[in-house]
Design a binder for this molecule. Structure first.
Ligand code: SAH
Ligand code: ZN
Ligand code: ZN
Ligand code: ZN
Ligand code: ZN
Length: 485
């Protein structure tokens, strides 16, 4: 695989270089990624290594120029630092602690909120100054760790947005219906949890599930065959040898147990490193199948906002984006309300066949026979574009001059020669071509104009603007509005 360059798109002119680099130095989050700083787009910029998982230096301050010589002393300090950031216990230790914990009588079960740790009676003394939960830590509650643990809300690193049960059940019913009984949950702790709960209820087909997540707090609740401490931006398993065995075991499809992967990465994450990890997972799966058909691809559902469509499809051309809107419990914006539902921008990207994924009729989805897929209620088929064009669920409108459908809020602007928001910065379109992003021509002269994926949005809609915390950042919000609304 050649090198892939991804723009961070936070207009800082920093790109990530993905090449199989075995020499990358390590931060507490595993091998770092190589970035390139391009000054004003001219010439080759300087390259440096930085953390794969944390976009904010405050969370992981690792930094090293590409060919920088590191002194022995600094090397040692770094190793020490990496070591100090490891979880308090190994996964095995967490497991034996859990067994001990559940064997305790109810009144001796405590959870330290400050440490986010199930604590044993011998350890109480160390937590006397901490806030602890001691009432009713029933087996029932231990089965829903996503409710016991407080969601990590670090904007740039770990933002944890938990699915509404409705979205979880939709996914599981759909996958079970298609015959998938093994779910590789990448960054989807709540889905994992619900699979286990549904198995216990015994109402649906039993499913197996393996959770890969960087949030090692989950290791307290799940065995080694159920959870791996994993970084999805560099495909790194933290307890390397052991976890990999469980991971590979899981990917082997014995009998009729078909595997599907469901990933819900933090939205601030870079597409290329994620795609590269998912590609590696998919290759591992492929190697482990004694399949006759080489053409088979590992079934994947990648959950991400619709504005990333062109970037995801660039990495995975066989994927398509579905209209289904994924809802979250603890997200102020994307929550499914009873009245006047807020539309979630989060979609499913998948290599499963769209026509087989039946979207719930009671939420307004319907089947388009021309497109052969289920679409949102407002997504009307446009015969001129020969597609159901809406990305955001609203009804789009065809503009004859632009020869494409546009968002309902856009108007055709003759001085810009394309559709835009009424208050767009008219005439001073620094954005260049609306279709391909080039600075050298306008939309009209775009050689790629008839490219199927011409709806892509370029420029400032970067990782930062699209962070799951978009709601709380008014600056990011208004910035984004200009480019994508
Ligand atoms: N909707 C999902 C949660 C998605 S939030 C659910 O309800 O199950 C994103 C998840 O990705 C969190 O669980 C977070 O811990 C995990 N995550 C964040 N960064 C990660 C990384 N670098 N590697 C692996 N998992 C990560
Ligand atoms: Zn790091
Ligand atoms: Zn259609
Ligand atoms: Zn149209
Ligand atoms: Zn127009």
């Amino acid at each position: 695989m050649g090198k892939i360059v991804d723009e961070i798109a936070d207009s800082s002119g920093i790109e990530v270089i993905i090449e199989s680099d075995k020499t990358a130095p390590r931060c507490p989050h595993g091998p770092t990624l190589l970035f390139e700083k391009t000054s004003n787009g001219a010439g080759k910029g300087r390259r440096f290594y930085a953390c794969s998982a944390c976009r904010d230096r405050k969370d992981c301050h690792f930094f090293q120029w590409e060919h920088e010589k590191i002194s022995e002393a600094r090397m040692l300090a770094r190793e020490e630092q990496n070591h100090s950031k490891m979880p308090l216990f190994t996964h095995k230790e967490y497991c034996s602690r859990f067994r001990e914990f559940v064997s305790l009588p109810l009144e001796q079960r405590r959870f330290c909120v400050d440490c986010q740790l199930l604590i044993l009676p011998g350890e109480w003394a160390n937590h006397t100054k901490h806030k602890t939960l001691s009432d009713d830590i029933t087996v029932q509650r231990l089965r829903r760790p996503s409710q016991l643990l407080c969601p990590l809300e670090n904007k740039k690193c770990n933002a944890q947005y938990l699915f509404a049960d409705r979205s979880c059940h939709f996914l599981l019913d759909m996958l079970s219906g298609l015959g998938y009984h093994k779910i590789l949950c990448v960054g989807t702790p709540r889905l994992h949890e619900l699979i286990k709960l549904r198995n216990m209820e015994g109402k649906s087909h039993t499913m197996k599930s393996l959770l890969l997540d960087i949030d090692y707090r989950y290791g307290q609740f799940y065995g080694q065959d159920e959870f791996c401490h994993y970084n999805m931006f560099n495909h790194h398993f933290f307890d390397e040898e052991e976890a990999v065995v469980f991971f590979q075991d899981f990917l082997c499809e014995e009998g009729a147990a078909k595997v599907v992967m469901v990933a819900d990465p933090p939205f601030g994450g870079l597409v290329k490193p994620l795609a590269s990890s998912f590609f590696k997972i998919s290759m591992t799966w492929k190697k482990l199948q004694n399949n006759e058909s080489d053409a088979a691809e590992m079934p994947i559902i990648w959950i991400f906002p619709y504005f990333f469509e062109s970037r995801i499809l660039e990495c995975f051309p066989s994927f398509s984006m579905l209209d289904y809107q994924v809802d979250y419990d603890n997200h102020p914006l994307y929550k499914h309300g009873k009245t006047g539902r807020k539309q979630s921008p989060v979609r499913l990207f998948t290599n499963l066949s769209p026509k087989e994924i039946i979207l719930p009729e009671d939420e307004g989805y319907r089947f388009c026979c021309v497109c052969e897929r289920y679409v949102s209620a407002g997504n009307k088929h446009c015969p001129k574009c020969d597609t159901c064009p809406s990305k955001d669920g609203r009804e789009w409108r065809h503009c004859d001059e632009c020869a494409r459908c546009v968002k309902p809020s856009w108007h055709h602007c003759s001085s810009c020669a394309h559709c835009a928001l009424p208050d767009h910065p008219c005439g001073q379109s620094q954005i260049g071509c609306y279709n391909c992003g080039s600075q050298n021509h306008k939309l009209r002269a775009c050689p790629k104009k008839h490219n199927k994926r011409r709806m892509q949005v370029r420029g400032g809609c970067g990782a930062q603007g699209l962070s799951k915390h978009i709601a709380s950042k008014s600056t990011a919000k208004s910035k984004r509005k200009r480019t994508v609304t």
